[in-house]
Design a protein around this ligand. Sequence first.
Ligand code: KIV
Length: 298
Amino acid sequence: MSSNDKIDTNNQVPILTKLTVNDILRKKNEGRRIAMITAYDYCMSRICDYAGIDIILVGDSAATVMLGYKNTRKTTMEEMLVFCRAVSNGTKRALIVGDMPFGSYQTGMNNAVTNAVRFMRTGCDAVKLEGGVEVVSIVKRLTEMGIPVMGHIGLKPQTTSLTRGFDSHGATVEEAVKLIEESKALEEAGAFAIVLEKVTSEVSKIITNHSRIPIIGIGSGPMIDGQVLVLHDLLGLYNEFNPKFIKRYLDLSKLISKAITQYCSEVREGIFPNEDHTYHMQNGENEKLQKMVGRQQN
Ligand code: KIV
């Protein structure tokens, strides 16, 4: 919640004011950091929204954490749109960014525009796509059409295995210059923010200081305008991926497992459900029913 959000005094529910792209840009200008997280469903996005997150990314990380695919390249437009609709239903305040999946913007300008429009029609406020100079013309076109675009450079999971794996980016001057040029090109094309994934902190600091748009880091050090993490990593729900840039705030897998184990044993031992969870017939109705059932049995 922000100081602009009011409490409805009748039912104590906060009236959440929807954030816009301009609010996000203003945060950069005012030196206020941006908290971004991924979410893919109604319940989780609602919790994140009420907790005060600024941007919810319906990330194509859904491929791994929601669908169990081995990488993000397998997820489809149809799958992503379902997640986006759910997040849109659960979110009142945060800016929602839909992550365009592999293949949805690499197959020509018309497809890119059509697919971005499909994202916006689910209730997303913006789209994100991975790439540097190779996607600049798409970023420009979508922005001209009124579709806000978030860029994504550094480690680009959709094409990682095709290029250089999961190494960090920006370790040499040559790489640094390329990243700085890519960020400039995306900003000039109209991107309203850029995700920098696994970029050395020296380079992310330079990019952050030289850009007019917010730079959101993941594995890119502390000198950035905002931070994003995958919800399942932060909550300890997906433990198959353990780079050092993740901070686990909870071990939810353990807590859930404990609860389900207890549920199993209570069901098996007849402890749950008990009288507290049971409904009864109206007064006198059970006696009548028993007589009827008794007569039928005789
Ligand atoms: O898909 C995703 O979750 C992302 C973040 C890691 C930035 O792109």
